[in-house]
Design a binder for this molecule. Sequence first.
Ligand code: AMX
Length: 438
Amino acid sequence: TKSIREALEEVIPAKQAQLKKLKVEHSQAVLGDVKVEHVIGGMRGLKSMLWEASVLDPNEGIRFHGLTIADCQEVLPPFPGGKEIIAESMLWLLLTGKVPTEAETRSLSQELARKGELPDYIVKLIDSFPSTLHPMTQLGMGVAAMNQESAFAAAYERGMKKSEYWTYTLEDCMNLLARLPALAARIYRNVYNPGKPIPAIDHSLDLVGNYSNMLGFGNNYDLTEYLRLYIAIHGDHEGGNASAHTSHLVGSTLSDPYLSYAAGLFALAGPLHGLANQEVLRWQQNMQKEIGSEITHDNIKEFLWKTLKSGQVVPGYGHGVLRSPDPRFIALQKFCETRPELLKDPTIQLVRKTYDVAPDVLKEHGKTKNPYPNVDAASGCVLYHYGLTQFKYYTVIFGVSRALGALTQLVWARALGLPIERPKSLSMDTIEKLVKGA
Ligand code: AMX
């Protein structure tokens, strides 16, 4: 059975050749115009990054190396006896562009399990944090601190050839990915169940099976399957989103994968990005409190308007790129449809009923370019149903997941020899001068 490193080694030369050809033959081809609206509007839609693993279409949503979520559900190997995509098969696809075999998937699970224990100094660091420190801050700090063992940083200090960059980057990325569940589970235990023993890594389980186990939900098969799906489909959402882009930017300085991904995590911790899944639950609970047991479409509409009129955003709705309901939202809804007990849950029902009315309210409000739900509208309510009710923790799960895509790109950026990122900024005075001159 091939290891993921060997599979990657096989595909790198063709990609290097493809990039070289693009450089030689098409360097001067125009992909779009840079307008003032891009410079003052957060670069929305500006085609300015290379990102291999996934591409986001505004209407169709995400494709991972050309495969939709539904395609992935069909072809990517699940855990034996399970149905959902697992982190390992998604990682294999993202990193190599190939669908792994069953045996390759299992051997990757074993490799990650072998590397999954936390070093002592990280355990001590995490245990020293006050339980009031936000779980995302703890996660980012824990990831950053692991850079003390970075193989890339050590090799750079010794002096290595550029052609070796990707191999050390891969080594760091695999170690980091392997340890994320133990790190994230320890944060959960410390904040919400202090003193509770954490089970050791089980070498017969996959990454997320172990994560669920260490969180204390190992005997909840449905939650474990949900977490597998959640973590697989949050893995990558092309390059321009804030967390992926931040990891990429920091990595472009040859900062090691631990520091690069820690930076990405702190971008994920913002309420307009990953923190939205925590915000959705908080917002919904406020709605439930205000409406009481009589949850009708009219009551929800009224609450939506109240949120909008008070100048707040409706969390879980809108998107920087998407212009239709997010297929990740749809995939999570479908998961609920296969389990009748989920459909009876009031919080899950509230998500569905909100989806019935929110797009029209947002259209009438007239501001957002996308009145449809993004993944965060649905992701938290199922966790809540299964007893993972501490929603301040939800973005940490997203953080475990987003590592799949962000770290994939770090490996590719080093394999392709991409340069340090350095876009040109302009002052308003300079823009005015340029516009007058145009
Ligand atoms: N509720 C109310 N107003 C919204 C809105 C929403 N859900 N989504 C966008 N708007 C507003 C914007 O605030 C902006 O108002 P402004 O002109 O006063 O500044 C206007 O509509 C235009 O925004 P846009 O071009 O449609 O969106 P954007 O690309 O600037 O922002 C996003 C995208 C996701 C930040 C925004 O839709 C939002 O704030 N949504 C709610 C938070 C959320 O769910 N975030 C999670 C996104 C997915 C993820 O990263 N996990």
